[in-house]
Design a binder for this molecule. Structure first.
Ligand SMILES: Cc1cc2nc3c(=O)[nH]c(=O)nc-3n(C[C@H](O)[C@H](O)[C@H](O)COP(=O)(O)OP(=O)(O)OC[C@H]3O[C@@H](n4cnc5c(N)ncnc54)[C@H](O)[C@@H]3O)c2cc1C
Length: 545
């Protein structure tokens, strides 16, 4: 059996950066990754039209100034192939492959009393003092619960398992099931070449224009020169984006000023319309209704058939209370004569058939079916691994009615397990949170090395306090009253029908301040037991001081 100081599960951005930092601590590390390459999200999601909603330069790693100068993003919102090339370049620069085992799906991870015993799908076993999960908040893809999925004779794909060689849609009859952020990106791209496209929509989402463009040489020079200020800005904003809420309340300005502000945001690139809007947009129902009415007007202006426009306007949630898909001529797709929108709440899909699918109303024939049905968010990837902590306690069972963590990185009963982007970490513009999480875990491990500590575990009362804070942050948010992965609901996953406080909705600076406080206080919220490390303790020898 192979032994390491640390095992990292996942070679997305979190696992990659954590590997770099643990090597600097002198640790012997092994990364296990289910895919055949690095990149995580950007390795798996190869569907047509996949790209950033974060500004490219605000998304990349910030820790290596040389890399920032070397790498030139071509577009303000880069497409997936470019991001994957970027992450491969990072892996090449830091020679990450030598410590990563690909095609290596972790099936179980059991705490042994001294560390973790990890088993892969191929049956091989590995042990390490520390287990670091870098398994992604949006990596456990879900298919819809519809009978007959296996029976379809043509090609069919989930967007997160897209074939590397790509798919030709020319002249084909294609179905897309799902209209979340991924569905929207897929639909607007596939519609360019398809023979006939049928979109099955259960819940419409509020989509707003991305306004992507090429980065000019002048902009490129300014971006490279301005990195320190840009990352400083990301560190200040609520969700680490370049955009942040306007301090004014919706009704503190005149109707004309409000309209002009929204017009400006609607015409601006990126998430500004969502996270850069009036401060009360997602807490005051009247403000949210006003904003939603503005976006609804835009949809009605863009979609020619009023009946189709009404189908595309959400009626069960307000703008911004679910993840806002960013689009490029998405609504105009429905003006094409070869595109049909089906309301699959009114006429649900009853089964997938060998030649297409049936709804309660009629039968459809397709050459290709695309499942844009998303992910079991935040905890799905944890549930797919049999994780057992102290006394064999199962993490899945411990979290059956909602995850319980300390700052999203530790769980009581699971010593020496550290979660990167675990539930209840600040998300937002995610690589900023990844870098923070990795640095925090690295500092904790350095502290353990320095003090010859072998086991670290969140204290139960610290978990209680953090959970109370997580609940407190969520009070008053309109998004709490809406089913989405933000509230832990996924209609396609058993046991995910009840809303929970699934994510941390406080500010990123507030989150970091709390984590910094824990570190500065000498990690009083953690039990370091047994506090050993004497020469006679063989377990301590694998962690260099
Ligand atoms: C389509 C899409 C677009 C997105 N766009 C943005 C954006 O614009 N801005 C933004 O901030 N965020 C975006 N995100 C979120 C994105 O997931 C994060 O930005 C970031 O990539 C997460 O990195 P990660 O390394 O934590 O997780 P991931 O990239 O998800 O990597 C996790 C890795 O763990 C591996 N893994 C999981 N379980 C196991 C197991 N049991 N055994 C072995 N390996 C395992 C997976 O194979 C995967 O490679 C997007 C997500 C999706 C799906």
């Amino acid at each position: 059996m192979a032994r390491f100081d640390a095992i990292i599960i996942g070679a997305g951005m979190s696992g990659m950066f954590q590997l770099i930092r643990l090597r600097e601590l002198g640790m012997k590390v092994r990364v296990f990754e289910a895919g055949t390459g690095v990149g995580g999200t950007w390795y798996w999601n190869r569907y047509p039209g996949a790209r950033f909603d974060s500004e490219s330069y605000s998304y990349g790693f910030s820790f290596d100034p040389e890399l920032l100068q070397e790498w030139s993003w071509s577009e303000h919102f880069a497409p997936q192939p470019e991001t994957l090339r970027y992450l491969n370049r990072v892996a090449e620069k830091y020679e990450l492959h030598r410590d990563i085992q690909f095609n290596a799906e972790v099936k179980s991870a059991h705490f042994t009393g001294e560390g973790w015993h990890v088993t892969l799908a191929d049956g091989s076993a590995h042990e390490a003092r520390f287990l670091i999960t870098a398994i992604g908040p949006l990596s456990a893809h879900t298919l819809p619960r519809i009978e007959g999925i296996e029976s379809f004779r043509g090609p069919s794909f989930h967007t997160a398992r897209w074939p590397k060689e790509g798919i030709d849609f020319a002249g084909k009859r294609v179905a897309v099931i799902g209209t979340g952020a991924t569905g929207v990106q897929t639909i607007q791209e596939v519609a360019k070449t398809v023979g006939h496209l049928t979109v099955f929509q259960r819940t419409p989402n509020w989509c707003t224009p991305l306004h992507n463009s090429q980065i000019t040489p002048e902009q490129q020079a300014a971006i490279k020169q301005g990195y320190p200020e840009m990352f400083a800005r990301c560190a200040e904003t609520y969700a680490c984006f370049l955009h942040t809420a306007d301090p004014r309340g919706t009704f503190e300005v005149t109707p004309a000023e409000r309209e002009a502000f929204w017009e400006k945001l609607y015409a601006s690139p990126g998430f500004g319309i969502w996270v850069g809007n009036f401060r009360d947009s997602y807490t005051d129902p009247a403000a949210n209704a006003e904003l939603s009415a503005f976006i609804a007007r835009k949809i009605r202006e863009r979609v020619k058939d009023p009946k189709v426009a009404e189908m595309l306007i959400p009626k069960n949630h307000g703008f911004g209370t679910r993840r806002v898909p960013m689009e490029t001529r998405y609504y105009e797709v429905y003006n094409q004569p070869n595109v049909e929108l089906v309301d699959s709440k009114a006429t649900p899909i009853t089964r997938i058939t060998p030649t297409g699918l049936s709804t309660t109303e009629r039968d459809f024939e397709f050459d290709i079916i695309i499942y844009a049905t998303g992910f079991d968010g935040l905890t799905g990837a944890f549930d797919r691994i049999d994780i057992r902590g102290r006394d064999g306690a199962s993490l899945k069972q411990a979290w059956a009615s909602g995850a319980r963590t300390l700052v999203g990185m530790l769980a009581h009963g699971f010593p020496n397990m550290f979660m990167l982007l675990g539930p209840h970490t600040a998300l937002g513009n995610i690589p900023r949170s990844i870098e923070y999480n990795v640095e925090w875990v690295t500092a904790l491990l350095a502290h353990m090395q320095a003090h010859h500590l072998t086991l670290a575990e969140a204290r139960p009362e610290a978990v209680e306090a953090w959970m109370a804070h997580v609940m407190e942050c969520s009070i008053g948010l309109l998004s709490n009253d809406v089913d989405s992965w933000f509230t832990g609901v996924n209609k396609n996953v058993e046991g995910r029908q009840v809303r929970t406080v699934a994510r941390y909705s406080g500010s990123a600076p507030g989150y970091r301040a709390r984590c910094d406080e824990i570190a500065a206080g000498g990690y009083a919220e953690l039990d370091f037991s047994p506090a050993c490390g004497s020469a006679s303790d063989p377990a301590s020898s694998s962690v260099p001081a």
